[in-house]
Design a protein around this ligand. Structure first.
Ligand code: AMP
Length: 128
């Protein structure tokens, strides 16, 4: 699916390869809707990624085009993973980068779950 501001879905992106089992990941959870694994370059004591099982480049693509059951199941999986990681009581931050300004690196929709310490302000001041 072509989404404004993003190239079409690339079957060779790293998360597509992880979903196909061609690249290993440090798996936390998997169900019919989602796969969750630890980020390879963690930016918090706990930094997990949750990706939907489907070819969606971004939040815009997923939110606009995925079937309702997948959106529901994916969101349930995020909540389940955060709880499994023990973040429910201390809290956590969800981040979904979308497009160039957000610095989205991997063009397969994913949600970051970050926690394990006080995370501070949401954004550092712009360097522009
Ligand atoms: P984003 O900038 O939102 O696209 O985030 C992409 C994230 O994927 C970054 O935090 C990377 O560290 C992470 N990442 C890239 N390759 C891998 C991999 N093979 N396994 C786990 N995490 C990865």
């Amino acid at each position: 699916m072509v989404v404004s501001g993003m190239p079409p879905y690339d079957d060779n992106n790293v998360f597509a390869k992880i979903l196909r089992g061609e690249i290993p990941c440090n798996k936390i959870h998997e169900d019919e809707y989602a796969l969750a694994f630890h980020d390879i370059r963690p930016q918090a004591p706990i930094h997990a990624l949750v990706i939907p099982k489907g070819k969606y480049v971004s939040f815009a693509d997923f939110g606009g085009n995925a079937p309702a059951e997948l959106i529901f199941g994916f969101n349930r999986a995020i909540a389940f993973v955060a709880q499994k990681l023990g973040l429910e009581t201390t809290g956590y931050r969800l981040i979904a980068n979308m497009g160039w300004d957000s610095h989205q690196e991997v063009p397969h929709y994913h949600v970051h779950i970050m926690g394990g310490r006080k995370l501070g302000v949401m954004l550092v001041p712009s360097q522009d």
